[in-house]
Design a protein around this ligand. Structure first.
Ligand SMILES: [Zn+2]
Length: 115
């Protein structure tokens, strides 16, 4: 996953096209992420012990990672990212438009070979 929790992304398709917002959660296995205020749905909740009122709950549903682009902080555009290795061995994301680094990708990614 090239997008992490806390990143700012731009939605490039669907109802929320063009919206820029923060990534709240990332599900690496499903390839999905939850973006603040994007893909909101009303969840209807039946009255229960936990929720005595019942009613409607607004919540964000996950979107496919391919439906968003990372926003580059340097050039302020939604961009595709590349990955490159720095001289000291750390892997870094970078903006394909302006080439600015966007921080290391998963610091603990020294995990080898598996998959
Ligand atoms: Zn850039």
């Amino acid at each position: 996953m090239h997008i992490k929790q806390g990143d700012t992304v731009e939605v490039i398709t669907g109802e929320d096209n063009g919206v820029r917002a923060k990534v709240l959660r990332v599900d690496g296995h499903a390839g999905k992420l939850v973006v603040e205020g994007v893909n909101k749905v009303w969840k209807h909740v039946r009255r229960s012990q936990k929720n005595p009122q019942g009613g409607r709950l607004s919540m964000e549903m996950p979107v496919w990672i391919s439906n968003v682009l990372l926003v580059c902080e340097s050039c302020n555009r939604a961009t595709r990212t590349g990955a490159r290795y720095l001289d000291d061995g750390t892997k870094e994301r970078y903006c394909k438009k302006c080439g600015a680094g966007m921080g290391p990708v998963g610091p603990a990614k020294t995990r080898k070979a598996k998959k």
